[in-house]
Design a protein around this ligand. Structure first.
Ligand SMILES: Nc1ncnc2c1ncn2[C@@H]1O[C@H](COP(=O)(O)OP(=O)(O)OP(=O)(O)O)[C@@H](O)[C@H]1O
Ligand SMILES: [Mg+2]
Length: 313
């Protein structure tokens, strides 16, 4: 449904994004995750037909956003970072205006307006002036205008920024419901948002794609297999040697807390050696008190992928 190939955009001499490529399948919700200035908004503006790229191609619903801009835009609903709302008109009038602007008229216009008001929970503020709405309601109106022409594709630039936890939750539910019928790209800084809402994630950093995968696979990929945490009673050096001797162990780290020894065992990817580890501990006459696998949080992955080594040094 969306196909992006080697998209590059310069601001002056500097490339805001370079060689960005990814696909979004029909009905999928794709998370666009990256730190400030990574190039999320730039990519989304190009996809929404608001700005041309300097190199590369982007297709939405089969239409090239540059050479078939009108057709592409007809298939895209765009919620910009800053929604341009008119403060002096009512929500109903605004949606009416946006509908006409997008070529929706007559009976269909009335039906679409009613539908988006329902989906975005804004029926109760239909006659209020936009300027008097709270931030959360303004955001809902922004989403409603993106949906008014019933586009196949939704591009949502940080749809939950600035909302309170209850509204964040509601917006996520709305987006999840929209997925399936729609193909959605949403950008966010909020990492749990991606795990909760998205089928796949594109992580971008400094204008380049750092990773594309499901939230689950990203975790697995970066952790190799899982790391295993073990609490063992016994002489530290001997326990460490015993664990290191197990086939598949890459490294062992001791973490001592309140007299309890925890060992973080890094294993080779794709092998599950929990049973071998437990057996080795028992053979060595140590006491195994606990054994857990620990995944890496999306936050850790994000930092690992987007933080340069020399920043940490
Ligand atoms: N109009 C502009 N003129 C010059 N440089 C720009 C312009 N807009 C964006 N940039 C630069 O392009 C890069 C990418 O910006 P972009 O807004 O796409 O990032 P982002 O990932 O959306 O960041 P944020 O999370 O802060 O919204 C940044 O380095 C930014 O400074
Ligand atoms: Mg942005």
């Amino acid at each position: 449904m969306i196909n992006v190939q080697k998209l590059t955009k310069y601001y002056g001499e500097r490339a805001a994004i370079s060689d960005i490529s990814f696909d979004v399948h029909t009905g999928e919700i794709l998370g666009f995750l990256g730190p400030n200035g990574a190039g999320k908004t730039t990519t989304m503006r190009i996809l929404a037909g608001f700005m041309p790229a300097d190199k590369g191609t982007a297709k939405v619903a089969g239409f090239d956003v540059m050479t078939q801009s009108l057709e592409a835009r007809r298939n895209v609903g765009y919620l910009p970072e800053m929604v341009p709302l008119y403060p002096d008109i009512t929500v109903a009038d605004y949606l009416d205006f946006m509908a006409r602007l997008r070529g929706v008229s007559g009976k269909r216009k009335a039906a679409r307006t009613a539908e988006v008001m329902e989906v975005c929970h804004i029926r109760d503020v239909a006659d209020k002036h936009i300027g008097k709405l709270s931030k959360g309601y303004k955001q809902r109106v922004g989403l409603a205008q993106a949906l008014i022409h019933d586009p196949k594709v939704l591009i949502l630039d940080e749809p939950t920024t600035g909302l309170d936890p209850k509204q964040i939750n509601e917006t996520r539910q709305t987006i999840k419901r929209l997925g399936g019928d729609h193909t959605v790209i949403l950008s966010t800084h909020i990492l749990p948002e991606v795990s909760m809402t998205c089928n796949r994630v594109v992580i971008i950093s400094e204008g380049k794609v750092a990773a594309v995968d499901t939230p689950e696979n990203l975790t697995r990929r970066l952790t190799g297999s899982e790391r295993i945490e073990m609490e063992i009673r016994g002489q530290k050096g001997s326990v460490t040697n015993c664990l290191r001797a197990v086939d598949g162990v890459v490294g062992v780290e001791i973490n001592e807390q309140n007299g309890r020894q925890r060992y973080l065992v890094e294993c080779k990817s794709g092998v599950d050696i929990r049973a071998q580890l437990a057996a080795a501990v028992v053979r060595g006459n140590f006491e195994l008190l606990q054994l857990n696998t620990v995944g890496m949080s999306l936050e850790e992955i994000f930092l690992k992928l987007t933080t340069k080594e020399d920043v940490a040094a």
